[in-house]
Design a protein around this ligand. Sequence first.
Ligand code: BJW
Ligand code: ZN
Length: 246
Amino acid sequence: MFNEKILNRFKNSTQIAVLTGAGISAESGVPTFRGKDGLWNNYDPQQLASPQALSQMPETFWEFYNWRRKKLLGVKPNLGHYALVDMEKLFDDFALITQNVDNLHREAGNTNIYELHGNIARTRCEDCQTFIDQPMSFTLDEKVPRCPHCSGLLRPDVVLFGEMLPQKAFRDAQEASATCEIFLSIGTSSLVEPAASLPYIAKANGAFLLEINPEKTPLSASADEVVQGKAGEVLPNLVIQIEKLK
Ligand code: BJW
Ligand code: ZN
C-alpha cells in the first residue's frame, strides 16, 4: 500500500499538514456532500448551504441542519480520526486542517486543528451576531430558531457558499501548507475553494503531496502519490508503518 518513496519521506520529515474532508467521517456514518448519498430530500447541499437558503427558505434550511445535528448526536470518531491523533504525536509540527464541521477530530483527540468551515455545534444570530451558549440539540424541536436577544434568525456557525472563511484559521492553514514537508489530502473532492488551493500552495513550496481517497479527484493528477482506499483502512496502516521507522 505504501512504497519506499512514501515511507522515506515520512522518516525524514518533521513538518506535516493534513487537509480532511467529509470522506474521513463517512465511516462514522456521516453523509458526504457530493456523490450518491449526497442528496437530502432531492436538494443539492450546495443549494442548502447558502445564505440565500437561510433567508428565503429558513424552514427548509433548518430542517436540513437539524437533520444533520440529530445525526451527529449519535456519531463517534472512527479509526481514520484516531490514526491522525497517533500521527500528531509522531511529528514536531503537525497541522490538521479540516473542512468538516462535525467536531470529530477534536473528539478523537487531535489538538492543533484549523476548522475552515466552522462548527455545526455552535449557533449564532444572523442579525446581532451573538453566540448562543446552548448545546446544539436546543434547536432540534424548532422549525425556525430565533435569537433570545433580538428575535433575529439563528444559524449554525458554519461557512456557507459565498461567505468568507474564518480569517485566522485560514491564514494559519495557508502558513502550515506553505511550510510543510508533506501535505496529505484525505477524503475531500477537492472542489471547494479556497480549501482546494491549499495542496497547490504546499506543492509550490516543495512539499510531497499524498492523496488518500477511494475515488480520483481533480487533485489526483498533481499528487506525488495517490493511495486509493478508505481513510479508516489506509490511515491506521500508514501510522503503523511510520511508527516502525521512527
Ligand atoms: C472518502 C471515503 C472514505 C468517501 N475515506 N474518502 C474559485 C473558483 C470557483 C469558485 C470559487 C472560487 N473561490 C470561491 C468560490 C466559490 C465557492 C466554491 O468553491 N465554489 C465551487 C464549489 C465552485 N467557495 C466559497 O463560496 C467559499 N467562500 C469564499 O471563497 O469566500 C470568498 C468569496 C466569496 C464570494 C466570491 C468569491 C470569493 C466558502 C465555501 C464554504 C463551503 N461550505 C460547505 C458547507 C459547510 C457547512 C455545512 O457543513 O453544511 O462546506 S459546502 C461543503 O463542501 C462543505 C464541505 O466542507 C465542502 C467540501 O466538501 P468535501 O469535504 O470535499 O466533501 P465531498 O462530499 O465533496 O467529498 C467527499 C470525498 O470523500 C469524495 O472525494 C469521496 O470519494 C471521498 N470519500 N468515502 C476517504 N471512507
Ligand atoms: Zn440576535
